[in-house]
Design a protein around this ligand. Structure first.
Ligand SMILES: O=C(O)[C@H]1O[C@H](OP(=O)(O)OP(=O)(O)OC[C@H]2O[C@@H](n3ccc(=O)[nH]c3=O)[C@H](O)[C@@H]2O)[C@H](O)[C@@H](O)[C@@H]1O
Length: 442
């Protein structure tokens, strides 16, 4: 039976809200009293919940900003970024107005060489690098000083720091991103797998998120790896060959990177070019790589470990000199079609490309050692061991016809010549006095 209710009951019920039927003044009074107590309790609960949420969010923000210690920002910092990002090509120059490139991993081996080459031809370049301790950070700091002497500013920061990336894109409308930051190294993945997920998966997604939200969206050129060919034994390796059998976690993260970048191309219209580097070497190189660590140990009279494949077959790599790789990277930037999205929405199809950048002349590891022995005029103390099951592959060999056709990529440096340039740099950087030891026609 429906009793005429007081004015409160006359309010239209809100859809989805339960309307309480009432009867009798006393019960209404009692109900009102309970209702107001219940309301107060609910309000108190709400306030407690809000406070808890705020405190936990605040501590999260505080933690994450502590994690990515914000050593960036401010007017002076922004001025440095803008100056470094500004192209300096003479107006009306044949190559056009000039690019404005964000280079991730700019204090790394390939990053430093590419940043210098871009700056020297008049492009704007800003670097970002987390200066991690995977290998001697002093080498990375020396590379940063070299870059600074050429007007390239490198931000110390992590590509997982989304706030920093967003800020960079707010300050500079980058035309391109050259993404070289990664946890490199095939064998180290068995010691520190998390670092590969942090940099090569999470870091890549964080960077791609910033790129797809940027307006204008940059075109992305990034470093994949010859290691994605894994157990493929069809040689020379072509981009059309299978890459679904990686032999190391490192290779798997690079393969995943190719799939992830494809997703951002498909959904958001990011222009993407993946470059499969083949064992890059040269001055300012990585101390964790064989050519570098062999040179150091040979000069210090320490033994080197030479891996050998099954049935005592020598391992071989398509060693590629850094200057050839740099030309391939800059050609990729220059030919990268535009991204089509704005503010995270795709406006049309965008280019998705993958190229091998190798030397097409594999050389065995023992041959590498003998070239170094000849230049250093020191006999290596070799421990020859079976290749451990550490993710290494017996050989690499690049088919570069696609890069030759679309990038006009033409490697010109033999391992003999490249190692001579590397050894010259090594002796000078580490201060070997030429007087004490005549090095072979260096
Ligand atoms: O091509 C690539 O994409 C990869 O090239 C190199 O990987 P890797 O070819 O293993 O280069 P090194 O570590 O310099 O090894 C070169 C050769 O020397 C052998 N090696 C390495 C180290 C050692 O102590 N002894 C030894 O015989 C390796 O098995 C390999 O056959 C880089 O380290 C990777 O970051 C890059 O992605």
């Amino acid at each position: 039976m429906r009793v005429v209710a007081d004015e409160e009951d006359m309010l239209p019920s809100t859809p989805g809200k339960v309307k309480i039927e009432r009867s009798g003044a006393m019960s209404r009074q009692l109900h009102r009293c309970f209702a107001s107590t219940g309301t107060m309790f609910l309000w108190a609960l709400f306030l407690v919940a809000m406070t808890a949420t705020y405190l936990s969010f605040h501590s999260f923000v505080d933690t994450s900003s502590r994690y990515f210690a914000a050593s960036w920002g401010g007017l002076h910092w922004e001025r440095q970024i803008r100056a470094s990002a500004s192209p300096r090509r003479p107006p009306g120059s044949a190559e056009g107005a000039g690019l404005s490139v964000l280079v991730t991993g700019a204090a790394g081996f390939v990053g430093t060489h590419c940043s210098l080459a871009l700056r020297k031809r008049g492009d704007g370049v800003v670097g970002i690098d987390n200066f991690n301790k995977y290998y001697d950070p002093s080498l990375k700091k020396a590379r940063r000083a070299l870059l600074a002497s050429h007007g390239v500013f490198v931000v110390e920061g992590d590509i997982n720091d989304g706030r920093l990336l967003t800020k960079l894109f707010d300050v500079v409308p980058f035309t391109h991103v050259l993404h070289l930051a990664a946890q490199a190294g095939v064998r180290y993945a068995m010691e520190n797998p998390a670092s590969y997920v942090h940099s090569n998966i999470a870091g890549l997604v964080s960077l791609l998120e910033a790129c797809k939200d940027a307006d204008p969206q940059p075109a992305v050129v990034w470093a994949s790896s010859s290691s994605v060919y894994g157990l493929n034994d069809a040689v020379p390796f072509s981009e059309a060959h299978r890459t679904d059998r990686p032999a190391s976690l490192y290779a798997a993260t690079k393969k995943a990177g190719e799939e992830i970048t494809h997703t951002y191309n498909h959904i958001y219209g990011l222009s993407v070019t993946g470059l499969r580097f083949f064992t890059v070497y040269g001055p300012w190189g990585r101390p964790d790589m064989a050519y570098f660590s062999f040179t150091r140990n040979i000069l210090q009279g320490k033994p080197i470990t030479v891996y050998r494949g099954k049935d005592h077959v020598d391992l071989a790599r398509d060693f590629t000199y850094i200057d050839d790789i740099v030309r391939g990277c800059l050609a990729s930037l220059d030919t990268a079609g535009r991204s089509t999205g704005t503010g995270g929405r795709k406006r049309g199809p965008a280019p998705y490309r993958i190229f091998n950048l190798g030397n097409t002349a594999p050389v065995t590891v023992p041959t590498l050692v003998s070239i170094l022995e000849r230049y250093l005029r020191v006999k290596a103390k070799k421990n020859v061991v079976e290749m451990p099951g550490n993710g290494d592959v017996p050989f690499t060999h690049a088919n570069i016809s696609l890069a030759r056709e679309q990038l006009e990529y033409k490697p010109t440096t033999s391992l003999e010549m490249g190692l001579k340039k590397f050894v010259r740099w090594y002796l000078s950087y580490y201060g070997y006095n030429r007087g004490t030891h005549t090095f072979n026609n260096l």
